[in-house]
Design a protein around this ligand. Structure first.
Ligand code: BGC
Length: 862
């Protein structure tokens, strides 16, 4: 690649522009790191055989640049490229590689497809066998220019065309508030069509739509009783004519080899019933009966904003042990989310049973934490040679698997764990000289991967797997560094807005499902509801998408307005139910909300924090009267908070670490109180011998609260503690993901007796954000990462750290190592952003785009 060539253009938050849901996709590219800042750019768009160029446009813009031409129409394709003029060159850069964008079905009337599914009688109250649907068709005897499949389902689907799988995504169409928004995907299927006879077919499953989901055994038919495919295959010939094969009454349905499938339950598959050619014209017709057709409002069909769920990695077992009764116990060495692919050979009718668990107890799978999620797959072998199978419509959270019924010796290569999650672009990396801290960071990464599965979930293994708002709220700053999660979270936030109650209440988890646990009927709750204000802001800060901020602004404002009403004129939110500092280690296992911090202190602190962020958002969006109104409100809440919860000397009424964390990190104290509060927080940490004493609310804040009040050493002491409870304690027990509870596995090796004991919950891993900013030293200081501060603060005996962050403008990197007289820092600054190097013991200096080596030994550049 030429050193000045910019990256290919991205469309909205998508790298792949096929099937985009807008005719005016905004364009982003990354300027080349060489040559300094981008001073000007030119876009070229080719559509309908015509090429248009914008001409040279002066400016540094390269993120979310408005579509420069006439809006694209439905199904229209264009090819886009960009070139730039970097400061140091008079000549433009070479053009970027062209990227194609193609709109999906933009007009609801473009859809002729109707939902089709099993035509036979089904009992909605019972387990129903999944259907497959298919249709044979002929293509016209003339050359095909291109073919697209627009596809979605009530339930889950996997499509095949002439026996070939279409696409590679899993659990499509993902989970949205289906009755309001159902996502369809667009596939280019040109190469799968053949002249003459063709067959399209799809496997279906219940998924979130009508599967049994949620607490206490789950609820069936959450969104409807039908399981249906909605698909439209559009074949365009070179002469401009088109054939449309849409789901309608001409399709046929039948059952296939999947006997049952559930997201929690697992899948049962009888390979004796499998005919790999079932979706080809040669397949037998018997057993296929007319479909039932349904209806769907086509204006609820939307294109995706983010990438789909895919298999991103395959892992082979690190050990296989055989139990005396002939079962095989497999350890994959990593707690992960996915499913097994097996290749087995045995007599017809041999049944393999695959069970999954995150931990072992007494050498057996510990399945109690799964509660009612059985996570069991079964495969019945066909008996005609080696058979390879992987379940299609389920996922499990596991490190260990038990396989019973395996015929003969189990060859380790015959079983692979396939890891699935939303296939986001990785953007952040961190490592340092302390291997345990590195493993902690890996665990955070794995917990993010395991729980960013179309929506951000609390956990991936038990009968929950819900979009808990508080968990994501505290983790979003970490997530936004590690991966480009803007598209996925933008989509989910849209659903949060759709599920918001008319009075502004944000549900505890989104999408909402019936049958909530009794402690959480929908009601406003601090830290959870604040996802409405804080998360759009975090995404804007990281990715610079002002439109995204604006889209979610009404939801954010309705939330703050609600809390304002609930708090009343004294500005203290001190009524109603709160989860408080959830999972404070001092709370009893069966009452995680009963932490040591006053729940209303938490609520009022968050109220102030949200009001302040809403005012920032209003300012960015140009809503100036709102900006003033909410910053005044934030001041008033801060004053009320101080009067109610803070003594003059900075001691707090709730003398708990989380109370101090909130007051310091949310800037709720005056300077003298702040100093005293920091000292008291450090004292409390030392009193507890640096064992952690915070839950979901305090944990993400405590290292910053200590660092910002001059107690960096205490922050490191806390980070590096290995006794229970602490961040590193789980590592001493072999953890490879972040646990829900500080002691999900207790020091004596037994499971925590609490009803919620997950080994894969990202919330407490929010400390990684501090690792990136303070240990690693890269901090975003202006929206869109247009300003960065390189401010490493070494400590804890860590002698070097290496951090890399792909900003919208390119790579920011910092490697520092300590020497006898200070540290040496290698800093990479991307173009088009202002950067400050603020190294310990030296005055901050401005650094330009490019790579710099600075040393604190003599305070100068090397
Ligand atoms: C979830 C949490 C969630 C909490 C709140 C739990 O069951 O797993 O992570 O935030 O409930 O009640």
């Amino acid at each position: 690649m030429h050193p000045l060539q910019p990256s290919p253009v991205r469309f909205e938050h998508l790298a792949d522009g096929l099937g985009i849901g807008t005719g005016t996709p905004r364009l982003s590219w990354t300027p080349a790191p060489e040559g300094g800042n981008q001073q000007a750019y030119e876009l070229e768009i080719r559509r309908n055989g015509l090429t248009c160029r914008t001409g040279r446009l002066t400016g540094p813009d390269h993120a979310f640049v408005p579509w420069p031409g006439e809006p694209l129409t439905s199904r229209e394709r264009a090819s886009v490229r960009v070139r730039t003029w970097p400061t140091a060159h008079r000549e433009p850069s070479p053009w970027s590689e062209p990227r194609a964008v193609e709109t999906g079905l933009l007009d609801p009337d473009d859809w002729t497809a109707v939902p089709v599914g099993a035509g036979w009688e089904e009992d909605p109250a019972a387990e129903r066998r999944p259907a497959r649907v298919r249709r044979d068709f002929l293509t016209d005897a003339k050359p095909i220019a291109h073919a697209r499949l627009y596809i979605t389902a009530h339930g889950l689907y996997e499509a095949e065309l002439n026996g070939h799988r279409v696409g590679d995504e899993a659990l499509a169409p993902g989970w949205t508030v289906y009755h309001r928004r159902l996502r369809y995907r667009t596939h280019d299927v040109t190469s799968l069509l053949v002249p003459g006879a063709n067959t399209i077919g799809a496997w279906l499953a219940d998924g979130w739509y009508r599967g049994k989901y949620g607490f206490d055994g789950g609820t069936r038919n959450i969104y409807g009783t039908d399981q249906s495919l909605i698909a439209q295959l559009e074949i365009t010939y070179t002469d401009g004519t088109a054939t449309v094969i849409a789901t309608d009454a001409t399709w046929k349905a039948s059952v296939g080899p999947i006997l049952s499938s559930g997201l929690y339950e697992g899948e049962n598959f009888d390979a004796r019933l499998d005919n790999p050619h079932w979706a080809t014209p040669a397949a037998p017709q018997d057993g296929w009966t007319p479909v039932r057709t349904g209806s769907r409002k086509t204006d609820t069909l939307v294109a995706p904003e983010g990438p789909p769920v895919r298999c991103t990695e395959e892992i082979t077992p690190v050990s296989i042990t055989r139990t005396p009764d002939g079962r095989h116990l497999l350890d994959f060495g990593q707690n992960l989310v996915g499913r097994l692919r097996v290749t087995a050979d045995g007599p017809a009718g041999t049944t393999l049973t695959l069970r999954h668990a995150e931990v072992l107890q007494n050498g057996e799978l510990a399945t109690r934490p799964l509660r009612d999620a059985h996570s069991t797959d079964t495969l019945v072998l066909p008996g005609n040679g080696p058979y390879t199978w992987e379940p299609r419509f389920t996922l499990h959270g596991f490190r260990y698997a038990e396989i019973s019924g395996w015929p003969g010796q189990l060859d380790p290569h015959a079983v692979t764990a396939r890891v699935y999650h939303t296939d986001m672009r990785r953007t952040g990396w961190f490592e340092c000289s302390n291997p345990m801290v590195n493993r902690l960071h890996e665990n955070v990464l794995w917990s993010m991967r395991g729980n960013f599965v179309d929506i951000p979930t609390d956990c991936p293994q038990r009968d929950e797997r819900l979009g808990w708002t508080g968990d994501l709220q505290v983790f979003a700053p970490t997530a936004g560094f590690l991966y480009d999660c803007a598209g996925m979270l933008d989509s989910w936030l849209t659903d949060v807005g759709l599920e918001q109650l008319p009075d502004g209440t944000i549900p505890w988890y989104v999408p909402v499902i019936p049958g909530e646990p009794m402690w959480t009927p929908i009601q406003p709750g601090a830290a959870w509801g604040d996802v409405a204000t804080l998360t759009p802001w975090v995404l804007y800060h990281r990715f610079g998408d002002l439109e995204l901020l604006g889209r979610h602004y009404p939801m954010a404002r309705a939330w703050v307005d609600l809390v304002e009403r609930l708090a009343g004129p004294d500005r203290l939110w001190d009524t109603g139910f709160q989860l408080g500092d959830w999972l404070d280690p001092a709370a009893p296992p069966d009452d995680p909300a009963a932490g040591r911090t006053d729940r209303y202190l938490v609520a009022t602190a968050y109220f102030a924090h949200s009001a302040r962020h809403l005012s920032h958002a209003a300012r960015e969006l140009g809503h100036s009267s709102d900006a003033i109104r909410y910053s005044t409100l934030a001041e008033e809440i801060t004053a009320a908070f101080q009067a109610r919860y803070v003594h003059k000397d900075g001691r707090m009424v709730s003398d708990s670490p989380t109370a101090y964390c909130l007051a310091i990190a949310f800037d709720l104290l005056d300077p003298s109180q702040r100093r005293a509060a920091g000292d008291r927080l450090a004292q409390l940490v030392h009193q507890d011998e640096a064992r952690i004493a915070t839950g979901f609310v305090g944990t993400p804040l405590i290292c910053d609260a200590l660092t910002d009040t001059g107690h960096l050493d205490t922050a490191y002491r806390l980070l590096l503690q290995t006794d229970c409870p602490s961040w590193l304690y789980p590592l001493t027990m072999g953890a490879t993901t972040i646990w829900e509870r500080w002691d999900s596995l207790r020091p004596d090796g037994t499971l925590n007796p609490g009803g919620m004991t997950s080994f894969n919950h990202y919330a407490l891993g929010a400390v990684a954000d501090w690792l990136h900013r303070v240990v690693g030293g890269i901090e975003v200081t202006a929206p869109g990462a247009t300003a960065l501060t390189f401010r490493p603060r070494p400590g804890g005996g860590i002698t070097w750290a290496r951090t890399r962050y792909e900003t919208p403008h390119g790579t920011a990197a910092l490697f520092w190592k300590s020497g006898p007289n200070g540290i040496e820092a290698h800093i990479t600054v991307p173009p088009n952003c202002t950067a400050v190097a603020d190294l310990p013991g030296t005055s901050p200096v401005t650094v330009d785009a490019g790579t710099h080596i600075l040393s604190t030994a003599n305070g100068s550049r090397i």
